[in-house]
Design a protein around this ligand. Structure first.
Ligand code: ADP
Ligand code: ADP
Length: 226
């Protein structure tokens, strides 16, 4: 079944800037989809609309059968990871990951268990009392991922999550992220301009060009017919 359906979604920033132009596609439950295309083709705008950080000009977004087009981010069962991590510098790793659970009024034990679970998914249980500045770039990104999945949203949105990392670490994190997806079983939608990354990581690639879907299919299909 599909978890997300985009129905003729458009975003016009002005009469001359059409960032997203009449995009229709669905994402299946548990699927890993990448949005691939050159800078400026509308990938981030599309992702931000799914997350609720940007209002569409036209069209609709359905999440698990519910029309969420005009719902604010916190009313959607999705979460987003940004390329600059956006961790709270004054909080420990544990506090960063547990912050959203505290707002939800979960008790200490529930928060502790969830935080431990999320940390073990990214292999950083021993960093729980450290601060972000004490961690490497790769570790910070793992903590940002742990924070994003701690409440098990239906969909995780990732905007160029690995682009701040150097080439070697990037290759390693591509595999880690793919394994994380397999372990948590929620849908991932990831923006990238790196074709190899899209092919290595995802179940399906949606290629965008000038705000439209130019092509879509499994990595094998696109690789054989580029
Ligand atoms: P990317 O292409 O990697 O998404 P950009 O550097 O193009 O990032 O954009 C960075 C930020 O500036 C984004 O938040 C985007 O919404 C905003 N932005 C991009 N283009 C414009 C523009 N023409 N006018 C105003 N804001 C813009
Ligand atoms: P991508 O993520 O593929 O790099 P974006 O979604 O960031 O593409 O941008 C798509 C188009 O919309 C670009 O022409 C960009 O300059 C423009 N754009 C993005 N954000 C804004 C904004 N906040 N205001 C005006 N134009 C924007």
């Amino acid at each position: 079944a599909s978890i997300i359906e985009l129905d003729r979604l458009s975003k016009h920033y002005s009469s001359s800037i059409v960032a997203v132009d009449n995009v229709t596609f669905a994402v299946e439950d548990g699927e890993f989809v990448t949005l691939l295309g050159p800078s400026g083709c509308g990938k981030s705008t599309l992702l931000r609309m799914i997350g609720g950080f940007e209002d569409p000009t036209d069209g609709a977004i359905w999440l698990a059968g519910k029309n969420v087009t005009w719902d604010p981010p916190h009313r959607r069962d999705v979460n987003m990871v940004f390329q600059d991590y956006a961790l709270f510098p004054h909080m420990t790793v544990g506090e960063n990951i547990g912050y959203g659970l505290k707002l939800k009024k979960l008790n200490r034990t529930e928060i502790g268990t969830s935080v431990q679970g999320a940390l073990s998914l990214v292999g950083l249980e021993d960093k729980i009392d450290q601060h972000p500045y004490q961690l490497s770039g790769g570790q910070r990104q793992r903590i940002a991922l742990a924070r994003a999945i701690v409440r098990r949203p239906k969909v995780l949105l990732l905007d160029e999550p690995l682009s701040a990392l150097d080439a070697k670490l990037r290759g390693q994190m591509q595999l880690e992220l793919k394994h994380l997806h397999e372990k948590v079983g929620i849908s991932f939608i990831m923006v990238t301009h790196d074709q190899t990354e899209a092919l290595v990581m995802s179940d399906r690639v949606v290629v965008m060009d000038s705000g439209r879907v130019a092509q879509e299919g499994s990595p094998n299909l696109l690789y054989d017919n580029p």
